[in-house]
Design a protein around this ligand. Sequence first.
Ligand code: ATP
Ligand code: MG
Length: 414
Amino acid sequence: MAKLQPVRGTHDLIGDEARAHLALIDAARTVAVRYGYGPMATPIFEFTDVFQRTLGDTSDIVTKEMYTFEDKGGDSLTLRPEGTAGVARAVISGGLRNELPLKCFYNGPMFRHERPQKGRLRQFHQIGAELVGVAEPTGDVEIIALGVDILDALGVLSETTLELNTLGDGPSRAAYRDALVDYFTGHAYSLSDDSRERLTRNPLRILDSKDARDRAVIADAPVFEDYLSEDARAFFDAVRTGLDTLEIAYTLNPRLVRGLDYYSHTAFEFTTEALGAQGTVLAGGRYDGLIETMGGPATPGVGWAAGVERLAMVIGDPTPAPRPVALVGMGEAGERETVRLARELRRAGLTVELLYKGGLTRGLRRADRVNAAAAVLIGDDELGRGAVTVRDLDSGEQADVAIADLTDHLAAYR
Ligand code: ATP
Ligand code: MG
């Protein structure tokens, strides 16, 4: 017997939920277009190397979350766990270097083998934006402003807090790393096993730990602020000044390190109290090292991604389906006419529901079920004189309308 349930951590998008996703993506894209961010879609799978080399051998994604498989040709492929690596790969392989800055907006499914829970799926969806080829702090400010305006368009901005940090430049990170190793080595006995492991491989990542024992040690750890080079500090100041100019409020969070290895300078997250432990809805930062790590020429970039499922949960209300006009045929000629009229009205831009089998009672019941705004009753007698009855289903008012005038008459229900 075939297994007929969906794979754990995946789900079907149907009805209201599917509509909510589409509406959300549309609203976000509309804002992105105003910022000059064009559409981009990279493949859902890439050579495993694309993620392995960029996300880093020690990241959670690479060590435990990737869906990796060998294809029939013997290549190791991975279902994309995030969108930035694919965009960076496309910049290199597609020769987009000459067209920088690249400003793109994407949406689509991502795959991570995580423990499924509320707001945490194995196939989930993201919207995201990338600005590749801009090294200036103005780029960071623009990409954050884009995130703010999208959250605002979705009506959730007031439920989120923007948390901001800097991961500095190379020299700052090296100095900070040493300070962290000193500190955490002194407290190694209090750390979780995972974090003791991170101590040798990637001490910065310990700051990201959600383990309660680690959190206690982290509370007194050195902060990045004290190890920033002059350049890195100036960069961060410029980003903050830019945000102040736009009156974008933020909270400094010195413990904010992104889960991925390729970030530098600005790191940010929009978090909410509304979703329990899965509180980050939109997250991003600057990734100046990414494209070089991948084997391309040094190319700066900054971007973010947001979880569609989490955003939809914060939005809450279902997106209403458009209210159709229902055509109800009565009698043989009437039923035939519904098919013709339905097509005509749809081509004129109306949303039309058609009853596949005729009859007034059945027709009105179905009109009610699809939340129709009006019913067009098409009976043989009226048809004989080229007319139909239009009934407004909210007010109950009826009108006798010539078929020739029907499109105009229904314009109010468009
Ligand atoms: P978390 O700390 O919650 O695991 P993350 O740092 O792994 O998040 P990112 O890689 O920054 O997440 O991805 C950006 C956004 O995508 C997250 O803020 C979240 O909204 C969403 N997201 C990430 N992983 C999942 C998942 N497994 N299921 C649903 N949404 C997710
Ligand atoms: Mg994660």
